[in-house]
Design a protein around this ligand. Structure first.
Ligand code: TYM
Length: 332
């Protein structure tokens, strides 16, 4: 079975529909086809300013949501990044083979640091993709299920793996990004040419899995749609309605063509009304299950302790090999 690894940041009070459709949905499916490792990346979550109490709560909340969305600790390894010290350790080593200019070309870094200004941008934000590479390479992952916005970080990860292997001898599997085209970029409901984003979307543009379902319904109904009245799939000229069709198809397992046929002759309002209902029915049981998991924090902690042990069993072996290959004296 191929090995997969992916991660998600605990930086908000809820995941959004883009996180689910672009990434977590594939994580759930890959539990049955791969040896899967999934982590809540709390080390990444402190790179842009945070509140300690909120971080702790959001880390638990993230784990509860992942379980509610279908991750099963019997079929995957679910853990918190900071519980596995090898991540930070390998990140240091990789940072020493990463070019300063190479790291500076990361688009997410450029965007975020441009917004913050250089004095409030942390060095951690700059080295963020190197830590992400460490997350992946420690597990010898073959594939990394992510949304489109992570493609460049995955390219860097591949480059670093190849560089390490060629300088110091075979150490890491060179991973591939696993990006499912249809749902790789769910867009902002109010600004359908930008991605739906925790940090950049306005409240009306983002469907949060844990928000009041009636609120989600309202957002779908007031989503920005395009000029014209016909329901067509056309990402360039009709990005708004195309995004709604993508969400509709993904949540119901139907094809876009089937939907186009069903809504032939109908207006945007009909489609939005139906989709609003579908979204509400989708989030309700997830919210209920999330609440259930949160009621028993000791159980969550136990799942995470087991996950951390399983993760360390793999990551410690890779780190030891990487240390040896780069020339560190082994401790006796
Ligand atoms: P994060 O926490 O921003 O997002 C988690 C996952 O959700 C995907 N995603 C989307 N997919 C489709 N449409 C959208 N609008 C959308 N918004 C977010 C992201 O692509 C991601 O897959 N750097 C990563 C976390 C990370 C990681 C890793 C990922 C840390 N280490 C190792 C993979 C492997 C991030 O910030 O994801």
């Amino acid at each position: 079975r191929p090995r997969v690894l992916s991660g998600i940041q605990p930086t908000a009070d809820s995941f959004h529909l883009g996180n689910y459709l672009g990434a977590v949905r594939n994580w759930v499916a890959m539990q049955d086809t791969a040896d899967a490792f999934y982590c809540v990346v709390d080390l990444h979550a402190i790179t842009a300013g945070h509140d300690p109490v909120a971080l702790r709560n959001r880390t638990r909340l993230s784990v509860a949501q992942l379980l509610a969305l279908g991750l099963d600790p019997e079929r995957c390894t679910l853990f918190v990044q900071s519980h596995v010290p090898e991540h930070a350790q390998l990140a240091w080593v990789l940072s020493c083979i990463t070019g300063f200019g190479e790291a500076g070309r990361m688009v997410q870094f450029k965007d975020k640091s441009a917004k913050q200004g250089s004095d409030s941008t942390s060095v951690g934000l700059f080295t963020y993709p190197i830590l992400q590479a460490a997350d992946i390479l420690l597990y010898q992952a073959d594939a990394v299920p992510v949304g489109e916005d992570q493609r460049q970080h995955l390219e860097l990860t591949r480059d670093l793996a190849q560089r390490y292997n060629s300088r110091f001898g075979q150490t890491f599997t060179v991973p591939s990004a696993y990006i499912v085209k249809d749902t790789a970029k769910i867009t902002d409901l109010q600004d359908p040419t930008s991605k739906m984003s925790k940090s950049a979307s306005s409240p009306g543009g983002i469907i949060e899995l844990l928000e009041e379902p009636a609120r989600s319904a309202k957002k779908i109904k007031s989503a920005v749609t395009d000029t014209g009245r016909e329901i067509l799939y056309d990402e360039v000229n009709k990005p708004g309605i195309s995004n709604l069709l993508t969400i509709y198809a993904a949540l119901t397992g139907r094809t876009i063509d089937e939907l186009l046929e069903q809504y032939d002759g109908h207006g945007y309002g009909d489609l939005k009304k139906d989709l609003a209902e579908i979204v509400v029915e989708f989030v309700k049981p997830i919210q209920e299950r999330t609440r259930g998991y949160l009621e028993d924090p000791a159980h969550l902690d136990k799942i995470l302790a087991i996950g951390a042990d399983k993760a360390r069993a793999v990551s410690a072996v890779t780190l030891a090999q990487a240390y040896q290959n780069i020339g560190f004296l082994s401790p006796s």
